[in-house]
Design a protein around this ligand. Structure first.
Ligand SMILES: Cc1ncc(COP(=O)(O)O)c(C=O)c1O
Length: 433
């Protein structure tokens, strides 16, 4: 029976969410719109099957087709990143955070040290997060955590400073990657630093996976011991993760994912990841990720023209971080004002953050979904204009309490005006099939 008949409430919520995604601008850089083919695989009968274990070594009967799909997914994953048989890939991790934890679980003993980018500078929770001596994440409860920082003056790493920190902390795993670092990462340098302290070098390219597959960001594979990534951001797949490792650690990693941390893999997800990896090998995908970066560069340039302090003066990726401290409005207020105008992005901490993650000083935005819709530089010029218009109009109200600020938003004339214009633009660039 169709969902509309069997469960109209859920069906209605799906319809409403589609309308929200389609009728507004989605600028959260960790999100994307997957293809219809990806979603067809995701909704397939593979969701019914239990397949704990590895290909040809399963605990349940009936996995001959699941074996085929998992083998195909692994083959496509290696091909998408141009890897030789020296690399292995695990495609079973449920999510990027689990993938990272599975790597630590495979390679470390409890109490060993992991070291990644400081969260407020753009690092990720799954790289271990301890705040004011409170161990927030499971990884920080099991392992010791240390951080390296972004130079707040440039918004980029000073690799000599990073090296000094790493030599002092001597982690067992040095992690790169983050959620809000707009510059490319120097994997060659970081891997050399890791070698100096005999640490594994883990490159977490959750955000850049599609950009690396399409050749617009440099590949970490020549340098890293392990590479993790999510499949649902620039790679345009379903939610999920991949863990690439070399022969010497691949078995430990497989065992760490199952039975170490997970039960049965989500085979429908693995099927959908296989579909997105085929898409990622196409010439069209390469052109698509090139356009993502061109769009992000243009959007950043335009924001700079309006006087926004764009961290690291631009971007080399799909994401832009804006420090609003020079604008007398914080990220929380700016993001909510833009939301009222049909522009969804997120509040974010910035390097050298002087406030809290709840009321941070910046906003983060990106171009994957708008590029998926077919927008180009011309539309980025327009989007920057709207962002400026809304933020400038909201600034006079930014000393109100958040509740009072929200109450005021609908009465600021620029907000419904921009919302209407956004809706019109979105209607010209509908969500792709
Ligand atoms: C760098 C990085 N690693 C890991 C993750 C975690 O991915 P997931 O949300 O799938 O757990 C993210 C998600 O944003 C990320 O940005």
């Amino acid at each position: 029976m169709k969902l509309t008949k069997s469960d109209p409430k859920i069906s209605n919520l799906i319809r409403k969410e589609f309308k929200r995604q389609n009728g507004e601008l989605q600028l959260i850089p960790s999100e994307n719109f997957s293809s219809e083919a990806v979603r067809e695989a995701l909704g397939s009968v593979f969701t019914h099957k239990y397949s704990e274990g590895q290909i040809s070594k399963r605990y349940y009967e009936g996995n001959e087709i699941v074996d085929e799909i998992e083998a195909l997914c692994k083959k496509r994953a290696l091909e998408a990143f141009g890897l030789s048989k020296k690399w292995h890939v695990n495609v079973q991790a449920y999510a990027g955070s689990i993938a990272n934890l599975a790597v630590y679980n495979a390679l470390l003993k409890p109490g060993d040290k992991i070291m990644g980018m400081y969260l407020f500078d753009g690092g990720h929770l799954s790289h271990g997060w301890k705040y004011k001596n409170k161990k927030i994440t499971l990884s920080s409860k099991i392992y010791n955590v240390a951080y390296y920082f972004v130079d707040p003056k440039t918004g980029k790493f000073d690799y000599d400073e990073v090296e000094k920190k790493v030599l002092k902390e001597k982690p067992k795993i040095l992690i790169s990657g983050g959620t809000a670092y707009p510059a490319e990462i120097n994997h060659s340098r970081l891997s050399k630093i890791a070698r100096k302290v005999k640490a594994f070098y883990l490159a977490d390219i959750a955000h850049e996976a599609g950009l690396v597959a399409g050749g617009v960001n440099k590949s970490p594979f020549p340098y890293a011991d392990i590479v993790t990534m999510t499949t649902h951001k620039t790679l345009r797949g379903p939610r999920g993760a991949l863990i690439f490792s070399k022969e010497e650690s691949s078995e430990q990693i497989d065992r760490s994912v199952f039975p170490g941390m997970q039960g049965g893999p989500f085979n429908n997800n693995i099927a959908a990841i296989a579909v997105c990896l085929k898409e990622a090998k196409s010439k069209k995908f390469k052109q698509y990720v090139e356009q993502i970066v061109r769009n992000a560069k243009k959007l950043a340039q335009e924001l700079v023209k309006y006087g926004f302090d764009v961290v690291s003066k631009g971007t080399e990726k799909h994401l832009i971080l804006v420090d609003l401290r020079s604008k007398e409005i914080n990220g929380m207020y700016a993001a909510r004002a833009l939301k009222f105008a049909g522009i969804t992005l997120n509040k974010n901490t910035v390097p050298g953050e002087t406030s809290s993650p709840f009321k941070p000083s910046g906003i983060r935005l990106g171009t994957p979904t708008v590029t998926t819709r077919g927008m180009k530089e011309k539309e980025m010029v327009q989007i920057a204009k709207w962002i400026n218009e809304v933020i400038e109009a909201a600034i006079p109200y930014s000393d109100l309490s958040f509740e009072d600020f929200e109450d005021q938003l609908a009465s600021i004339p620029e907000i419904p005006k921009v919302k209407k214009e956004v809706k019109y633009l979105c209607s010209k660039f509908p969500l792709p099939k």
